[in-house]
Design a protein around this ligand. Sequence first.
Ligand SMILES: Nc1nc2c(ncn2[C@@H]2O[C@H](COP(=O)(O)OP(=O)(O)OP(=O)(O)O)[C@@H](O)[C@H]2O)c(=O)[nH]1
Ligand SMILES: [Mg+2]
Length: 420
Amino acid sequence: MKIKRYFAPDIRRAIRMVREEQGPEAVILSNRQIEGGVEIVAAIDYDERLLSNEDVTSKTSDHTSDNASKGESGTRPRGVGAYARLKQEQGDKREWQAQLSDDTHWVQDPALVEMRREIKDLRSLLECQMSGLAWGDLERRQPLHARLVRSLMGLGLGAEISRELVREIPLDMAFDQAWLKVIAILVKRIAVTDDDILTQGGVVALLGATGVGKTTTIAKLAARYTLRHGKNSVALISTDNFRVGAHEQLRIYGRILGAPVLVATSPPELQDAIGSQLDKGLILIDTAGFAPLDERIKEQRSLFRVANSPIRHYLVLSATTQIQGVHQAVRQYQGLEFSGTILTKLDEAGSMGPVLSTVIDHHLPVAYVSTGQKVPEDIAPARASNLANHCVSIAQGKHQLPDDEAIEMAYGSMVVTSNV
Ligand SMILES: Nc1nc2c(ncn2[C@@H]2O[C@H](COP(=O)(O)OP(=O)(O)OP(=O)(O)O)[C@@H](O)[C@H]2O)c(=O)[nH]1
Ligand SMILES: [Mg+2]
């Protein structure tokens, strides 16, 4: 039997570490919350008799992870190896066994697995029932609000923001009037930055998921800035060290615009590159796009999380992305402060609801909208009323409202989760 202790920031990652290293046969002996994360003790070739046997002391400490067996982790006992040491120190077998059984969590006990599955099924059944009840309740008690929420969700907006937008609407208002009021509230909730990049200049980095249009948008902004402020007013910096030939696209735009293109792949290089171009009114920094769970995002974040940096960050979001994807795109850059967002691919979007819900939810002002591939034509400063109108007109073009079941589920699960 081989026993090892694992530490991870959360239980999911800790279990993944166990699975990756010890495989599906691994038995999780215990888990507990400790400072900074979760500690799991897992065993492979698990033999229950060994744990109750006197010999366990030497066996477990032989195989426990280095830190645990050397006792580096402080005074608190950790994992099975630590329990064994505790036993040695105290010479009290019963106490050790009692502690082991108190803390042990038999994740793979078939009865527990079955029970957990049943609880999960019951929970989703209950949530489903409550979702239907929550929506039914709204329809019965506040029919105007229910109709408005349905229409807003038809624009692709999330359940929570839809409910918020209608909250202040008097219950006895005529629908058409109420609808105009709701759209006016929506307009107020969309913050914009009023052409800040092209008017203020400065050092600006565009970040965002792969293929959302960062490099194309940089070319559009650089071209527009050059048109306004003349030649030699812009510099471009590529930080994409992750892909072969990554700098080429930017170099081509730089050649066309007569703008220098520099490469920087570490914080000092980036600082030097910025320092060498301070005579320019606008320095635009291009970054590599990554899929949401790509580990290299951390490396990229550390490039930009530099104290007293003059860089303003903008998150580029494609309007063609589904709502979960847009939220994830924002979350993956947590820790970086964004001055605003740039919404791209409005020309291809089937709904503006997901990106608008996301920017409202995360309090991100919209700086620009991109409406096509043409450089420099297809970009404009964001206007809240245009965004809201575009959102409504796309949905009107489709002439379809979400079906009852979809609304019940989305609205109900919002109510259920906000009450948990
Ligand atoms: N339809 C449409 N296409 C766009 C828009 N903006 C960019 N594109 C296209 O989207 C594709 C990807 O654009 P890029 O600028 O290379 O995207 P990126 O974010 O730099 O991509 P990575 O560097 O790979 O992460 C290209 O074909 C662009 O022409 C837009 O507003 N509308
Ligand atoms: Mg690019």
